[in-house]
Design a protein around this ligand. Structure first.
Ligand code: ATP
Ligand code: MG
Length: 370
């Protein structure tokens, strides 16, 4: 738990209205390019995040020519989650028909791990992507974290506003510096504790998926290890005022990922990067389950891409062992089926021109296409 038992959707991208019953284990979604596979994953993601993973612009989600899109899921813990957006800009997310006020409530109810072509950014992108990865984990296991993080952000943005003003004395900036430092320390302590518990779990996943790559993860808190943040900011005040922003703090933290001593982004192949990201997400999910007794949902868009048959099978077997509910898409059914040939809890969905059809996995399909 939580697992999605049924999903109803209408008005989303090219998808026909549908009511689908999912497997608590694997859900294989296959179909040609442009058929609507990613849109189906998007429907699940919208329920947990109230925003798309594709575009920040709100319009394209709703099917052209329609006024709204509506998604509803019944979970195995008897919760109903709903999401709707209309062309006039209205958007609602509901838990058991009650409108929710903040996104954190939704994220806590339906924790989602997404793997798509953008997830490479954890390795290749800037520190912000890795901070988001890190903070996802801390947020889901440490309830105090969100408050510390929000207070830190508030102090940071107030401090930055004052830094930009010319006629302001250092004394006027000082209270916000103090406030910022206090919450910065809290955020850092939460993050550090989280990384410490993540590392051994990650190591186990890496032993299975990337044993040769010599992966190492180092958390950097965003300011000099040896110095108090208050002192660092005091020394940098003139420079911070020139640039108009705070140069050190948890907003500059990073999770440095290396392979055999070099930055992982410079050394790993595309397939190895995908395995590394999977190992990161799987261990994050495992830690979440250890701490909360709950499971995450995995959305894996185009699983077969970049992976050889043996790695595809390894990943799916790890996911199966984890007992997570998984939604995977792929273009070729046979690649997915081969990788999952021993899986017991599985449902198949074929998507064609926006129409989603559940299919039975008969010996026919398995031998014909597999
Ligand atoms: N607002 C919209 N209204 C109608 N159709 C849309 C809308 N937004 C996107 N589409 C179309 O929906 C279709 C499905 O897109 P989707 O990304 O889900 O396909 P896919 O099956 O994941 O394809 P691929 O295998 O290429 O990744 C595309 O043809 C796209 O052009
Ligand atoms: Mg797609």
């Amino acid at each position: 738990m939580p697992k999605i038992i049924t999903l109803k959707l209408s008005g989303l991208r090219n998808l026909d209205s549908a009511k689908l019953e999912f497997s608590p284990g694997f859900n294989l979604i296959y179909g040609e390019n442009g058929s609507g596979k990613t849109s189906l994953l998007e429907a699940v993601y919208l329920l947990g995040r109230a925003k798309s993973f594709r575009s920040s612009s709100r319009a394209p989600l709703i099917q052209l020519g329609l006024d709204e899109c509506v998604i509803h899921a019944d979970l195995d813990d008897k919760t109903g989650i709903g999401f709707s957006r209309s062309t006039d800009g209205e958007q609602h997310a509901k838990i058991n028909a009650n409108k929710i006020k903040n996104q954190a409530e939704l994220a806590a109810r339906l924790p989602i791990q997404l793997l798509n072509s953008d997830t490479f950014k954890i390795i290749e992108g800037g520190p912000g992507v890795r901070r988001s990865f890190l903070d996802w984990g801390v947020f889901h296991v440490e309830h105090q974290f969100i408050q510390s993080w929000q207070q830190m952000q508030r102090a940071l943005s107030n401090r930055n506003s004052l830094l930009k003003e010319k006629n302001i004395s250092p004394d006027q900036i000082a209270p916000w510096t103090l406030e910022f430092c206090r919450h910065a320390e809290e955020v850092h302590v939460f993050r550090q504790a989280y990384v410490e518990s993540l590392l051994p779990v990650l190591q186990q996943a890496l032993n299975l998926l990337l044993p040769e790559a010599g992966i190492d993860l180092v958390y950097e808190k965003g300011w000099d290890e040896e110095s108090a943040l208050g002192k660092v900011l005091e020394e940098r005040l003139d420079q911070d005022r020139r640039y108009g922003h705070t140069s050190y703090g948890p907003h500059r933290a990073d999770l440095k990922i290396s392979s055999r001593g070099s930055p992982a982004a410079e050394l790993l192949s595309r397939g190895q990067e995908k395995l590394l990201v999977l190992a990161l997400k799987l261990s994050q999910a495992e830690l979440y389950t250890e701490e909360t007794g709950r499971k995450c949902l995995f959305l894996i868009d185009d699983l077969p891409a970049e992976l050889d048959a043996s790695n595809r099978a390894k990943i799916l077997s790890l996911l199966e062992q984890s007992g997570e509910q998984v939604f995977v898409t792929g273009i070729e059914l046979n690649q997915l089926l081969k990788a999952l040939k021993n899986c017991k809890e599985m449902r198949l969905f074929h998507v064609k021109h926006g129409k989603i059809t559940p299919e039975n996995i008969t010996a026919d399909i398995a031998s014909d296409k597999g």
